[in-house]
Design a protein around this ligand. Sequence first.
Ligand SMILES: N[C@@H](CCC(=O)N[C@@H](CS)C(=O)NCC(=O)O)C(=O)O
Length: 205
Amino acid sequence: MKLFYGPGACSIGIHLILEELGIPFETQAVSTRDGSVHKPDYLAINPKAKVPALLRDDGTVLTEFPVIAWWLAKSHPEAKLIPTDLEGEARTLEWLDYLCGTVHPQGFTRQFRPGNFGKDEADHPRVVAQGKAMSEKYLALIEGRIAGDPWLLASGYSVADAALFFLARWCVGPLGIALPPKIAKHYEAMKARPAVQRAVARETA
Ligand SMILES: N[C@@H](CCC(=O)N[C@@H](CS)C(=O)NCC(=O)O)C(=O)O
């Protein structure tokens, strides 16, 4: 298997899940900052021009963070990265969908790529400020719905935690957004996991 990831991008979440599984995998960095995701070589892998993308051992490529996370967890039940009961699985997918499908593209992408939301550069500071306000609102909602301690689900660690990690990492890093207490505790607990440390070290080497 080979993970295509962008240094500093959301794909760190899939990277750390692969590390949690303890299976062999390769990685290839594709920058989201210099336009590499739009070059023909990468479009041949993922025509959506996004990371993460996972090239599987059968030669097929899987895209979309929530689906890759779900597929990896379900393919390796021994790693216990997703609850086995229907309700627990549904709650995991609910988190993944919200974090990757709403919080990331609405609140955070406005701050990283204001040009996606308005062509006029004069509007960009307003778009960034709007994205920050939206992100803070989303974080407050997430804070109130964390069911475990420190993990998102009361049942324990799951692939959903990998999605909250990349969002918190952006807050603490480039965006300078203060984390509410439970999310801050979650972030510290994620950073203490050896699998997370290995993924971060590879991406920042
Ligand atoms: N729906 C995709 C979105 C992934 C996504 O937005 N990835 C960003 C990096 S965090 C990206 O590849 N951006 C490149 C670009 O928009 O040019 C998923 O959930 O995997």
